[in-house]
Write a protein that binds this ligand. Sequence first.
Ligand SMILES: Nc1ncnc2c1ncn2[C@@H]1O[C@H](COP(=O)(O)OP(=O)(O)OP(=O)(O)O)[C@@H](O)[C@H]1O
Length: 698
Amino acid sequence: MNFTYSPNDTVLDRYTIRRGIGVGGFGEVYFAHSQAGKEVALKRIQRNLAVELRGVSHCLNLKHPHLVSLHDVCRDRDDQAWVVMEYVAGKNLRQVLDDADPSGRVCTATTSGGTALPSGLTLDEVRRWFCGMAAGTAHLHAAGLVHRDLKPGNLFDDNGIIKVGDYGLSKFISVSHRSGHTESIGTLHYMAPEIGRGQYGREIDIYSAGIILYELLAGSLPFDGETPQEIVVKHLTDKPDLSRVPSEFRRVIGDCLQKDPTSRPRDIAEMMALTPWANGYHAAETWTSARVAAGEPMGEPAGPTMAAETDATAPQAAGAETPHVVLRHSARRRAHNGANRRASYRASYRASDEPIARAVGNSVSDLRRWWQGSECSPLGKGVIAIAATVILLINSHWLLPLLSLVCCFYVPYFLIREVLLQGRQTTAGAATHQYGHSQTHRDHNMPVTHTPAQRTPVSTSTARPQPASRLSKSQTRKMLRQSLARRSRLTLAAEWAVSAVISLLVAFAFLVISAVIGLRHTELSPIAISPYVWMACVVWIGAFGLLGLAKAWESSDGEGFPRRLTAACLGAGIGLVTYLLADVLMVPLNHDLTREIGATPLPSSFYQDSGVPTAAAMMAHFAALFALLRMWKPVDPLRRRRLSLWAVAVAVVGEWLVQQFIPIPQPAGMLIAGGIILMSQISAPWVKSDSVSKLVSA
Ligand SMILES: Nc1ncnc2c1ncn2[C@@H]1O[C@H](COP(=O)(O)OP(=O)(O)OP(=O)(O)O)[C@@H](O)[C@H]1O
């Protein structure tokens, strides 16, 4: 491999290069000696990457046995940035895995005993690497940093101590800077799906940790593919095959690899608690030194999750290889883990997202804390509680209406906000887009070693970056469908409710506009207004039903018989409602029937003697219309356009066609058909899949 500097060159006026170590995504790494003889690794930041080096200073003060120390960040005379860091003589985990004999015998000298796993490592080795990585990463998290690029190549074995490296730079280089041909395809295998959406919470490190653990145990990656896009799609949609890892690790890996970041363990400690090494994990030391490093005052721990007890016996439990971080997890901590806790965490996570809910939540918890911490006697507390209840009851005459009014505004606002935020998350194309851009081959001038079974081939000294293959439209749609399918029932219900509220407003506007136009020369009376009210109600109910149908089917394509039958049932229901409402509102249904009823071959039960259609005719008419036109299609979130007037026109023409066989009053029929499609399109969510497809292919 070619390096810019040769042995014995002096850089930064005080370091003598001894040899080049390797070339990474950010630049060349050298082994060098300081003037006093100290061994250091120098990383020369190349390729004109816009590195926010000022941020790295935060990392310079981090000290932890499981982190590769950053000594300094300097610029040379050519204004080239260099990162001076601790030199780690041992191999990185990537090299260890690549050197391990796939047949199960381990070639590395450091390996301890035990049965070999498919990766070639023993379980002891896996524990050593994983616990070391966890301890280092927990320290970063406690200092408010997210690694963002956890992968085997960034984990080092320094004389038996596992160290996490490369944590300073990735934090401060945005996705856009990692675009083009600067990034290794290998990194992509460890990247959490939400990174593409610009989400960089610590959950992305948890996800990467899950992938690493999977690879250590199974000997291969959970999500692999021939192209970056294929890998991205797998990260976004596939479930890991957990049958390939020992059963005691399935839970932790399954949780870490959740697509939804809020479903993952919320921190390293929680993740470790799910491993068989839970008894050995303890983060207090990590937390303490991280806060010191971050310049925070010592006192109460930052949060209950990081509070843990020290245990002098733990080093044995943790194993001799990880002596610096005592790994123990208290029973209290374990008790907090599990499904209940995660569920409550998710709830609080959501609530904390919304400022008003957060403020209310904070006030309530403050009140609860005050109540619990109060030194009042139980009798005193009882008196206070009764007094508060009495005051509330006395004032209920104005408090309740006020509360109802606030709810009237707040609930729709909250639901709409939820849906908009969800919509942003489900637009998985954006994720793929950014992934696609950020993860292309790196034109290293060194070969990157990968086990063929594990790694997608990457560039070598002669290879040029290869264009990424494109995702077809159907693949993109499939990916988006799967992404839509992952949403919870609550979210779906909330979306449906919001659509219903929007369509109600549209129906009201529809009513007002049509009534103003239609009744401008007529004296206002209930009889005159009732057809408009009838029409608006029918259109709204029809749109509501159609939106529900589209929501139920949005996770898959299809227009087969079962769907048409279901749509026909919905149409029949709308026909019935149309008939009943007309009856209630006294709207005449014999208006403008365009053909001789007696001439139709329809059953006589469809029409009264006067020619007025019965409920059966109305039901049959709309059932035929809904089944024939696949009415749910224009409301599908993956439709081509948010609002297609073509679809409205098709509905109107389709209704006219059905009218030729099963007549109903006109123009009411056409208005209802067109109105339902128009209104449901306006109020249905929409994912711009066309642009997603283009972005993915870009
Ligand atoms: N502090 C260090 N001590 C010893 N070797 C190091 C050190 N830091 C990096 N290396 C080695 O230098 C080589 C290049 O490392 P670098 O971190 O730049 O690239 P990478 O991890 O392969 O990719 P990326 O930068 O995209 O994460 C690797 O072989 C790595 O093991």
